[in-house]
Ligand binder design. Structure first.
Ligand code: ADE
Ligand code: ZN
Length: 327
């Protein structure tokens, strides 16, 4: 049976690369990948910072627009089989052409063409969020924002920072976010994942984001939880990612249900599914078990996601229609 339609707002394209895909690509190019894989063939890492290193080592096998074309098709086909009808993927000009805008255009064209082909095959719709990598620093973030400005449009609709949340302060990245906003891009950033409530507050104040990637550690500050609810900031929550990276001891201890009960707009995504050995199907199963959430709760989470999606209004209306019961 096909799963109910799902909207996924937070997924890193390289982080969704099936390990077999990366292993095959490395084999074709005779690139050594020591320390990337566990004995069972999945990705291996010890903690968050080591995860970022392994992620970058695996990503180094993706060297050309054609590699990204193949990756995009593989990832979208897998997401569609997991019930995803609309996906926002983080794309990094740092990995796609080393921050050079001419090269970035070529990578992006290949990715967009693959997305169009996969839409014809499985119906999945994709939008891109251009991503500065925080630990690469503010100067490279500005170069990334320049790439985003050049390509903002129907496909590239957002700008959102990933990487090590403890590298620098949000204010260091204000110029990059200002550039993206001026280009008409919608804004999000990772915060409240590996830093506390002050990181979420500063991201809202200094970057002007309307969504937060993760944001779950806001729960440590009840006043911030109330503020998120009041301002209608949407959290792109990735519970399985948080569990795999050791943020919470078990699924019932994950704060997503508490945040939702407090009126915060929460959504569910997978972040880097093969790294965290997850899928949306697994996320929904674990959440249903931990919090007794039923189909109606998941439908409302997907409506929240469609409402907060960085897409045009016609696309949004189409998504909301597909989420209606019995459609
Ligand atoms: N890049 C890929 N996955 C990430 C995560 N969970 N946090 C920050 N940066 C990332
Ligand atoms: Zn992420």
């Amino acid at each position: 049976m096909r799963p109910q339609p799902r909207i996924e707002l937070h997924l890193h394209l390289e982080g969704a690369a099936p390990p077999g895909f990366i292993r095959a690509l490395a084999g074709e190019k005779q690139i050594g990948l020591k320390g990337v894989f566990a004995p069972d063939g999945g990705y291996a890492f010890r903690d968050f910072l080591h995860f970022l290193q392994v992620y970058e080592a695996a990503t180094a096998t993706l060297e050309t627009p054609e590699d990204y074309h193949r990756l995009t098709r593989a990832v979208l086909a897998e997401r569609a089989a997991d019930g995803v009808i609309y996906l926002e993927a983080f794309l990094s000009p740092d990995f796609c052409g080393g921050g050079d805008v001419v090269a970035w255009r070529e990578y992006l064209a290949a990715i967009e063409e693959a997305a169009a082909a996969e839409k014809r095959t499985s119906g999945i719709e994709m939008r891109a969020i251009v991503t500065p990598v925080r630990h690469f620093g503010p100067e490279r973030a500005r170069r990334t924002a320049a790439c985003a400005q050049e390509t903002a449009g129907k496909f590239v609709t957002g700008f959102g920072m990933g990487g090590d949340e403890n590298a620098g302060r949000p204010a260091d990245f204000t110029p990059a976010f200002d550039m993206a906003r001026e280009a008409g891009l919608r804004l999000t950033t990772h915060a409240g994942e590996f830093a506390g409530p002050e990181s979420v507050r500063a991201s809202i104040a200094d970057l002007g984001v309307e969504r937060i990637g993760h944001g779950v550690r806001a729960v440590e500050d009840p006043a911030l939880v109330a503020e998120l609810a009041e301002r209608g900031i949407t959290l792109e929550v990735c519970p399985g990612s948080n569990m795999a990276l050791g943020l919470f001891p078990d699924w019932p201890a994950h704060p997503i249900a508490h945040l939702r009960d407090a009126g915060v707009k929460v959504t569910v995504s997978t972040d880097d599914p093969p790294f965290f050995r997850t899928s949306l199907t697994r996320e929904y199963e674990c959440l249903a078990r931990a919090f007794r959430w039923d189909e109606e709760v998941f439908r409302s989470l997907n409506i929240t996601a469609a409402t907060a999606a960085f897409c045009d209004e016609t696309t949004r209306e189409g998504l909301l229609k597909k989420l209606e019961p019995g459609s």
